[in-house]
Design a protein. Structure first.
Length: 230
């Protein structure tokens, strides 16, 4: 099943959920499917793992990447440039906003209220069942409420990212899928897609899933490792 997302898609999640890795891989996936894609990096929480780290590969694929000016690339200030507002007013077929973790990063979205006014958008919450605060249904719903309160916008869908980086196994993928499916059913929010590390794709029985699957080609790696090709 293809991931049929278009328009303005805002991706949020708590610290360590994997939302930035997903933003990067989703952008590449949709671009390779022939869709015009742009990405805006609004992650002001984590100064080390941001969409901007993959900007070279994304640009080579023809994906527009909106970043703060170079002098602010390592800053953690709420810098919302005219370029970001302009991208929202005139979005690509798919415009991905990568927003910082937890309610702190989500407050950036409140500052974009004017630009988003009258626009159709969807805000998707990334849930990693193996991270603190989102390892229970109650925790997921609490995180959802905090992000919605901070951003003043509703979450309209879920992305499942059962991920322990190099320790991820096929069994953990299945376990994580069952968990986010339960969250989807209990919350009434659609499960848009789940993720599977590309190294495990041959081991996974894709027929077990009732939603699309995004294969993750890891980009956010330590300096001594090389990012995978998108």
């Amino acid at each position: 099943m293809d991931i049929l997302l278009e328009g303005i898609i805002i991706i949020v999640g708590n610290y360590g959920s994997g939302k930035t890795e997903i933003s990067i891989n989703l952008a590449a996936n949709r671009k390779l499917a022939g869709i015009d894609v742009s990405v805006a990096d609004l992650d002001l929480v984590n100064p080390y793992f941001r969409t901007r780290e993959a900007r070279k590969q994304l640009s080579e694929l023809g994906i527009g990447v909106i970043l703060p000016p170079d002098k602010y690339l390592q800053a953690d200030l709420p810098i919302l440039t005219p370029a970001v507002a302009g991208l929202i007013r005139k979005p690509s077929m798919l415009t991905i906003l990568d927003v910082g973790g937890d309610k702190v990063g989500a407050t950036v979205l409140a500052a974009l209220a004017d630009a988003l006014d009258g626009k159709t958008y969807r805000m998707l919450q990334v849930i990693n069942p193996f991270r603190p605060f989102t390892d229970t249904l109650k925790g997921c719903m609490k995180m959802k409420g905090e992000i919605e309160k901070a951003s003043k916008m509703p979450i309209s869908g879920i992305i499942g990212n059962a991920n322990l980086i190099d320790e991820t196994t096929a069994d953990l993928i299945y376990e994580g899928y069952d968990f986010v499916l339960t969250v989807s059913l209990e919350s009434g929010l659609p499960l848009e897609f789940i993720t599977v590390p590309s190294r495990l794709s041959d081991e996974i029985d894709m027929k077990r899933f009732s939603c699309p699957v995004l294969k993750l080609h890891r980009q956010l790696v330590p300096p001594w490792e090389k990012a995978a090709s998108l």
